[in-house]
Design a protein around this ligand. Structure first.
Ligand code: DX5
Ligand code: ZN
Length: 219
């Protein structure tokens, strides 16, 4: 059983003090920093891009788990790599050639992830699973923090675990969206080993980040 890692989503952070918020996460025991990049086209929201990531990365020693909810995504991969992304996760629907986009990220010596929206099936990525480092299972429709967890996506995690077993392949399974102290247990039981959380980490227990991260790690 892999060690559970916590990747707080800065979408729920105070955007007027992002640098301090990243510091709080680092001191609070985060394993990764989940950066939700949105373009207002692939998803109905617009957040941050490469210049902000570059600035934040300067003062942070934790790896950046960059979730690109942008399309077309292929032509922007270089920019996020140069900005300092350590893991670059893309949506299969956002590229004309998923194989080429995966190769591009790997050639840049970055870890590559593919993400499935709640309605997207594992079949969309099954031919690429031996080439990726991470599969990001969305448990909300992408675009906003604070949404309700969709338990039906746990079946996809179980399906991925069976594929890992049958094909003797390994990759991290990350779940993202509406994670709280209750449903995180189900997600881990299903086979997720990286939990993304924004609202629960930044807002629970009067915003005690350290406490919230350690509570998620203790599940
Ligand atoms: C949604 C983002 C998620 C979200 C998680 O599109 O990909 O990372 O911000 O935030 P919570 O934990 O508040 O659902
Ligand atoms: Zn995300």
């Amino acid at each position: 059983m892999k060690k559970i890692k916590i990747s707080p989503s800065i979408l729920s952070a105070d955007f007027s003090r992002l640098g301090n918020e990243i510091k709080r996460l680092e001191e609070g025991g985060a394993d990764l920093i989940h950066v939700d990049v949105m373009d207002g086209h692939f998803v109905p929201n617009l957040t941050i891009g490469p210049p902000v990531i570059k600035a934040l990365k300067k003062n942070c020693s934790i790896k950046f788990d960059v979730h690109l909810m942008i399309s077309p995504v292929h032509k922007y991969i270089d920019a996020y790599s140069e900005a300092g992304a350590d893991i670059i996760t893309i949506h299969p629907e956002a590229t004309d050639d998923l194989s080429a986009s995966i190769s591009k990220i790997k050639n840049l010596k970055k870890k590559v992830g593919v993400s499935l929206n709640p309605e997207s099936k594992v079949s969309l990525i099954k031919d690429y699973l031996d080439r990726v480092d991470l599969v990001l299972i969305m448990s909300v429709n992408p675009g906003f923090g604070g949404q309700k967890f969709m338990p039906k996506v746990l079946d996809k995690i179980k399906e991925l675990k069976i594929i890992q077993e049958n094909q003797k392949i390994d990759f991290d399974i990350e779940i993202d969206g509406g994670i709280n102290f209750e449903n995180a247990k189900e997600a881990i039981k299903a086979g997720a080993n990286i939990l993304v959380s924004g609202t629960t980490i930044f807002k629970s227990n009067n915003g005690d980040i350290k406490k919230n991260i350690s509570l998620l790690k203790s599940l």
